[in-house]
Design a protein around this ligand. Structure first.
Ligand code: SF4
Length: 350
């Protein structure tokens, strides 16, 4: 069995914590996901990431707190103005409380995302953050997923109790969306300047995207000092304009997750690697973040995704266990052993 010298050289670099270059990234992404080389890449990424984290993983919760006809107009999102079938709504305080209680019942939620639309009412959103901070477990961090924002707004968001934000300059930004790449990147810079952690993602990946487009997108995060990186495939939701291109397989997604993991692991602030939507192949390939979802979701025609695509906490725990993780991390980095007994205790075996 022969391993290409170039693959061997790049994997050796990763094992030795030497940063990978764009050229290395391009080489890895150009490999066929069905090849022996891809298997080696994916198992290398999985082994390195697990060895750095004591074989632990984190569970996040995401609650979509608002729905509106979004001027972002993203051609892959169910809320895009021009093609959405949704009408505007805000989640009530009672519903938000109930959902947080459900996520935090066993105290093992690492971070809770509060997701709103591209345009949002800052005062209302700050009230939502404060309510979430009061209702969530002390060991759960509160995170924001908001549209483009100025420095002052992000400083307010931080003061209200948020640790970090998810923000992305998407593949095809400005072409498949009504938003400008420079505004997206400016918001990411503002977040760091406001003292927030930055979580980003290479998304939304479709079958038509080239390796060069993926490399450019991955390195936005790698070069910015992120705390989390991730990969998300575009879901071909019927009715969204880009659904006609179809979607990549979970195997291809796992291959991309492995490449992102190896390219990000030398970023000094990097902690965890995500994948959307959760799948076992990616958890064997370097991903160690799983997300339970409730409320609005750009990848779901159902107004409350917990009734359709969104996974609940029990399924998240079970999937991490089946993928061989032995610990779940809380938001204060303390660890809970993940074993059969824990799955019993948390009603996660069904
Ligand atoms: S992805 Fe976000 S910004 Fe784009 S249309 Fe959907 S809600 Fe708006």
């Amino acid at each position: 069995m022969k391993i290409e010298a170039e693959l061997h050289r790049i994997l050796e670099k990763a094992w030795c914590s030497i940063p990978l270059t764009r050229q290395d990234c391009k080489y890895l992404l150009s490999l066929e996901e069905t090849s022996f080389a891809s298997g080696l890449l994916r198992s290398t990424a999985g082994s390195i990431i697990r060895s750095k984290n004591d074989n632990s993983a984190v569970i996040l919760g995401q609650i979509g707190v608002d729905i509106s006809l979004c001027p972002g107009g993203c051609k892959f999102c169910v809320f895009g103005d021009g093609h959405t079938k949704f009408t505007s709504s805000h989640m009530s305080e009672e519903e938000l409380y109930e959902k947080i209680e459900g996520f935090c019942k066993f105290g093992d939620l690492y971070g809770l995302y509060l997701m709103t639309m591209h345009q949002y009412d800052l005062d209302h959103y700050l009230r939502v953050i404060r309510q979430a901070r009061k209702s969530a477990s002390e060991t759960t961090q509160i995170w924001a997923n908001v549209g483009d924002s100025g420095l002052e707004a992000l400083q307010e968001i931080r003061k209200a109790g948020v640790t970090g934000i998810y923000h992305v300059c998407r593949i095809g930004e400005g072409k498949d969306t009504n938003l400008k790449p420079e505004d997206r990147i400016r918001t990411m810079r503002h977040a760091l300047d406001a003292g927030l952690e930055l979580y980003t993602c290479c998304e939304p990946i479709g079958p038509e995207h080239t390796v060069d487009e993926l490399v450019d997108n991955i390195f936005i995060g790698v070069e910015m000092g992120i705390t989390q990186h991730a990969a998300m495939r575009r879901v071909a939701v019927p009715g969204t304009p880009l659904a006609k291109y179809g979607q990549i397989s979970e195997l291809r997604l796992a291959h991309i997750v492995a490449v992102i993991a190896l390219c990000s692991l030398t970023v000094p602030t990097m902690a965890y690697i995500g994948v959307h939507e959760p799948n076992a192949l990616s958890y064997a390939s370097g991903a160690n973040i799983i997300t339970a979802e409730s409320g609005a979701n750009p990848r779901d025609c159902q107004g409350d995704t917990s009734k359709n695509r969104g996974m609940d906490m029990a399924r998240c725990r079970k999937m991490l266990f089946e993928c061989g993780f032995t610990h779940i991390r809380r938001g204060d980095e303390s660890k809970i052993p993940l074993n059969l007994e824990y799955l019993h205790q948390t009603d996660s075996l069904n």
